[in-house]
Structure formats: structure tokens, C-alpha cells
Design a protein around this ligand. Structure first.
Ligand SMILES: NC(=O)c1ccc[n+]([C@@H]2O[C@H](COP(=O)([O-])OP(=O)(O)OC[C@H]3O[C@@H](n4cnc5c(N)ncnc54)[C@H](O)[C@@H]3O)[C@@H](O)[C@H]2O)c1
Length: 266
């Protein structure tokens, strides 16, 4: 293990579980100190108790400006600055078409997934400007290629990708980098919940393996290694990069994938 992130100070949103928790573990292992911001207090506090003084838990609702400002202030008060913001917290459900999504569901997806990234970038900006720091947004391949019954989720992730590129242009000369990583599937609670609401959950494991060209659906630590690289000085000339970390899921068709039975236009 390298110490690429020593002596960086990071805030990881949604850091209590899944990809966020794997990023927290990896960052600490590579020398960073990390504020774990999450609305799941018991799980976040347990992770910090396990990892020790290099971490600190802060109860955070990323959709709430005051709450987000409090998390950033806590990191700065505790460790003196902020070098890295990982906007990871997000929700994937409901998995639905536009016509089957209520306005309340639309607003929740937009607030938790997109408003949060806007808030985090805006509130962290003065600290990142001072530290010549960086932002990493955890986006999704659903915001790049599209996905059935994920119109609003995909829209929030596509907007994150656009925000990442535009902000890279705005911030580049101030020495602040901003990138996004796009998983396809990753074994987390969110994915397990998603499987439960599929019309036919049988065989979804095989499907999840098949959509990745590399042949398997990854564990969160495979994303965390890439996150550490993107937030380290090894990636100092990378900004505005929307990076698939998707086992090649976007590369092409898989001959073993199920096919449609008929062309509806014929
Ligand atoms: N798992 C996948 O297959 C997959 C694929 C593509 C993208 N992603 C993205 O990865 C990110 C992390 O997802 P995951 O799969 O690790 O999910 P997860 O459910 O394992 O963890 C998400 C964490 O975010 C926290 N969280 C949710 N809403 C929050 C809020 N309003 N404020 C603060 N914390 C909040 C949860 O408490 C939880 O700890 C999300 O942005 C998701 O869209 C996941």
C-alpha cells in the first residue's frame, strides 16, 4: 500500500456503507484523514470506531445546505483544512420510467443525487481553493449510456457528469481538480435493494456478471483504488474526466445477453 494521500484531509459523503465506506478505508490506508459524512449514524460511527483517530463521523444529510456546511466546518475545525471532497452519497430508487415516477420521487432523487453535488462543490470551494484540492463525484454509467426504468436516476447522474466537466473548466486555473467516476454495477446495499424490485430477480446475479466485459460485478474496493488514484497527485493533470470504472460494460454487446423476440415495427 502506498501513502499517496498523506497528509490529505478528506470528506466522504455516504461514507458509512458501500462504495463510500470502501473509499474511506482506502483513503485511510493511503495516509489521509477522513470525515465520514452520512445519515446512517450507527454504521458511520462503527466504521470510525474501527478505523480510529484518522477518521471522524459527522451526521450529514447531503440534500440539506446547513447540514453540509456543518460537515465541512467540522472537518476544517478538526484538521485545519480540506483537500478532498468525495460526493458519493446517492440513491437509486425508485427504478421507474418518467410516467411512473411521482413528482415527490423525482424531487427526492434530484435532491439527494444532484443538489447534494452542487451544495458540496459550492460549500467546499473556498477550502479547496486554499488547499489546491479536488472533488471526486461518484456518478454512474446510467448517466452515460442510459438504463431502462432509470430515467430520473440517469438524469441526475448525467447532470453530475456535465457539472463535473463545466466546473473543471471554471476551476482549473485555480488549481482545483474535479472528476467523476462511473460504476456500472457494484455489490452494495443499493444494488441488493435494486435487485429486489426487478420484475424478475431470478438470474440477476448472472446478468450483473454478464454486463461487465471482465465477466464479474465488482466489490466496492475495486472502485476505491481508482478513487484514491484520482484524488492523489498521481492524477494531477486529470480534471473534468468522467471515468467509467465499469469492467468494460460500455464497450459492446455480449453474445450471451438475452435478445428481443421481435422487432415491434415489423
Ligand atoms: N452500487 C452500484 O451498483 C452503483 C452503480 C453506479 C453508481 N453507484 C453510485 O455509488 C454511490 C454509492 O452507492 P452505494 O451503492 O455504495 O450505496 P450504499 O447504499 O451501499 O451506500 C450509500 C450510503 O449513502 C448514504 N446516504 C444516502 N442518502 C444520504 C443522504 N441524503 N445524506 C447522507 N448520506 C446518505 C447511506 O446512508 C449509505 O451509507 C451512489 O451515488 C450511487 O448512485 C452505485
Amino acid at each position: 500500500m502506498t501513502s499517496r494521500l498523506h497528509p490529505k484531509i478528506a470528506l466522504v459523503t455516504g461514507g458509512a456503507a458501500g462504495i463510500g465506506a470502501a473509499i474511506v478505508r482506502r483513503f485511510v490506508a493511503e495516509g489521509a484523514r477522513v470525515l465520514v459524512g452520512d445519515r446512517d449514524q450507527p454504521r458511520g460511527a462503527a466504521l470510525c470506531a474501527e478505523l480510529g483517530d484518522a477518521t471522524c463521523f459527522h451526521g450529514l444529510d447531503v440534500a440539506d445546505a446547513e447540514s453540509f456546511a456543518g460537515a465541512i466546518a467540522t472537518a476544517v475545525a478538526r484538521w485545519g483544512r480540506l483537500d478532498i471532497l468525495v460526493n458519493n452519497a446517492g440513491i437509486a430508487l425508485p427504478a421507474a420510467t418518467v410516467q411512473d415516477t411521482s413528482l415527490e420521487q423525482f424531487e427526492e432523487l434530484v435532491n439527494v443525487n444532484l443538489r447534494s453535488v452542487f451544495l458540496g462543490c459550492k460549500l467546499a470551494y473556498p477550502h479547496l481553493k486554499a488547499s489546491h484540492g479536488c472533488v471526486l463525484n461518484v456518478s454512474s454509467m446510467a448517466g452515460v449510456t442510459g438504463q431502462e426504468r432509470h430515467a430520473i436516476y440517469g438524469a441526475t447522474k448525467g447532470a453530475i457528469n456535465a457539472l463535473t466537466k463545466c466546473t473543471a473548466v471554471d476551476w482549473g486555473r485555480e488549481g482545483i481538480r474535479i472528476n467523476a467516476l462511473c460504476p456500472a454495477g457494484v455489490w452494495t446495499d443499493t444494488l441488493r435493494q435494486w435487485i429486489k424490485v426487478q420484475p424478475d430477480p431470478t438470474g440477476i446475479d448472472a446478468y450483473l456478471n454478464r454486463i461487465h466485459a471482465l465477466g464479474y460485478c465488482p466489490e466496492p474496493d475495486e472502485l476505491a483504488t481508482v478513487a484514491a488514484f484520482l484524488c492523489s497527485s498521481e492524477a494531477k493533470f486529470l480534471t473534468g474526466y468522467v471515468m467509467p470504472v465499469s469492467g468494460g460494460s460500455e464497450c459492446g454487446y455480449n453474445v450471451h445477453a438475452p435478445t428481443r423476440l421481435a422487432d415491434p415495427h415489423s
